[in-house]
Write a protein that binds this ligand. Structure first.
Ligand code: CP
Length: 313
């Protein structure tokens, strides 16, 4: 029997973190726990048997590609990978037409692209759920994995403090969405000229966001210190200017020493040791970056299952 029909429930997408309710995020995190435990016991979990995921990459990836592709195969499904270079997207086929066609042939789509509006245009013309695999504005799958990783190591993130050191990028804004939903605080410190956009943080209260000029002050008392590359994909022209502006926003042992004594360090990777983080921090005892990367696999399996099949069990 073919399985390319639409899901039986209402069509859902995961284009940004707040597309889900708190209850749904809690469900996905709990389901990821079960799926990970089964994976570690080598128990099959073929809930997406015969289903097909299309992945569209308009930017480079290692973790996102491997985790979605491996995850779909591990759940009994199959995967088609498209890039701008090897599809008609690279020859100016409208994203809306691509969405109409691809979503008639598969059960689920994951896209990594540039503007969030481009992802939204795809989703609004798709017959099947669409997942944000990173846009300029948000990276919700990564934050899902990061929160799962925190939960594994330190318990619930509610009431805790996350220090964001560096660029006000897609990760920073997704952390803020998660903070509002799950009720924790994000301390943000960015260099002058690269700070959070006032329009995008309007309405976020002080319980969920505190802004600091100095990265050391953002790290003080934090339960998690996290950062990202100084130059995200798509902003390479700014590389030299950013190197100068971000020089003091390198997470080092002194910053970690100001954080809570049990603080974790996370980085979504890829990392540039000696730029946004020192080698002794990312390779040190407080770093959980490899768990964080692995957990992309487990949370995204739970996410895909939820979007295609709804709640299980
Ligand atoms: N963190 C992350 O999204 O990694 P990739 O760019 O390798 O997919």
């Amino acid at each position: 029997m073919t399985t390319t029909a639409q899901p039986t429930g209402p069509l859902r997408h995961f284009l940004q973190f707040r597309d889900f309710t708190r209850d749904e995020i809690d469900y996905v995190l709990g389901r990821a726990r079960l799926i990970k435990d089964r994976f570690k016991r080598y128990e099959p979990h073929h809930t997406l048997h015969d289903r097909t995921l299309a992945m569209v990459f308009e930017k480079a990836s290692t973790r996102t590609r491997v985790s979605f592709e491996a995850g779909m195969y591990q759940m009994g499904g199959s995967v088609i990978n498209l890039t701008a270079g090897d599809s008609q997207l690279g020859r100016s086929e409208p994203i809306e037409d691509t969405a109409r066609v691809v979503s008639r042939m598969v059960d689920l789509v994951m896209i990594r692209t540039f503007e969030q509006t481009r992802l939204e245009r795809f989703a609004s013309h798709s017959r099947v759920p669409v997942i944000n695999g990173l846009t300029n504005e948000y990276h919700p799958c990564q934050i899902l994995a990061d929160i799962f990783t925190f939960l594994e190591h330190r318990g619930p993130i509610q009431g805790r403090t996350v220090a964001w050191v560096g660029d006000a990028n897609n990760m920073a804004y997704t952390w803020l969405q998660a903070a509002e939903m799950l009720d924790f605080t994000v301390h943000v410190s960015c260099p002058a000229g690269y700070t959070l956009d006032a329009d995008r943080i309007q309405g976020i209260d002080a319980r969920h966001l505190k802004v600091f000029d100095r990265p050391e002050d953002a790290c003080r008392g934090a339960h998690l210190v996290t950062t990202d590359v100084w130059t995200s994909m798509g902003y390479e022209d700014e590389n030299e200017a950013r190197r100068k502006a971000f020089a003091d926003w390198c997470v080092d042992a002194k910053m970690m020493a100001l954080a809570d004594k049990e603080a974790l360090f996370m980085h979504c990777l890829p990392a540039h040791r000696g730029e946004e983080v020192t080698a002794d921090v990312i390779d040190g005892a407080q770093s959980v970056v490899w768990d964080e990367a692995e957990n992309r696999l487990h949370v995204q399996k739970a996410l895909m299952e939820f979007l295609v099949l709804g709640r299980q069990g």
